[in-house]
Design a protein around this ligand. Sequence first.
Ligand SMILES: [Cu+2]
Length: 351
Amino acid sequence: MTAILYILVFTIIAIGSWQAVKIFGLLKSNEIATEKENNINGWLMLGIMAFLYSLMIFSFYKYSKVLLPQLAASEEGLHIDKLFKITFILIFIVQFITQFLIFYFTFKYRGKDKSYKATFLTDNHKLEFFWTIIPAIVFSGLIIYGLWTWNLVTDITNKEDNPIYIELYSKQFQWEARYAGKDNILGEANIRNIKGINTMGVDMSDKNSQDDKAVLHEIYLPKGRKVVFQIRSQDVIHSAYMPHFRAQMNCVPGMKTYMGFTPSVTTEEMRNNEDTKIKVTNINKIRAVNSKKLIANGEDALEPYIFDYLLLCNKICGSSHYSMQMKIVVVEESEYNKWIASKKTLAQVIN
Ligand SMILES: [Cu+2]
């Protein structure tokens, strides 16, 4: 692969140099492109336009199915999806029109006989007014909607929603989580306090830490209740990424970062979603093929895939970055309450 890249780069440099030499040659001589050459270049421009449009249609056909699952699993995620949709539609319209204008006019006004002269235009206030004001309005709208959504996700001071506070602690290559307990306040923590089973460095002299509850492997979230995540990192920059909820925030060593969302679809409901079912079936088809190969080699078959929400790391943080994930289970609030009640407090575990 690297060899192919080298060859490609070398070829491009060679063609570029050759073309540059040719241009310098043309500058010296009074040679002018012939009618035939102009025609070839004009039609080539239309050819590039056709190629770009076909590439666009092909990408739509081939890759639209590998986008995120259609249904966002959080209330805030719906707005993020809407922002994506609006942006994509705008980009699509603008590129479709400008692509056509660029290549069609290059074709239409290709070199012809000498009597053909370009119109000299100094400026056009009306035109400039419109091409300034329309993008200004469109961008302002997008930015205002974007900031409003960003506030929705990062405003952790709003206590009206009565959010649940959960800490996500990232390290190479694992996630740990801590629930704020009865007082719903997370106790202080510091890397210096890490000792024995206190793997998150929770400050046990802080009274708010006593009722905190640490969990490994999976976190439960209640449907319809806002969750605010406090995010820390033990070593390098990681990124807490929960694609189904359209949520992501960097985990930075030495500081706390925050984000929040309100889960709106339980794990069970997402499993029964038609779009999810299609994706799961496709994954299991691939697994079945791979299982056959494994069995042929005398190894165990792969277990069938069942849909689950995931917390992933979205920063390439080291050799086992790919394995840094934790299961997220969204359930009704009553079930969540039962689950959290069954967990021991840090005071019970550590002290
Ligand atoms: Cu990581």
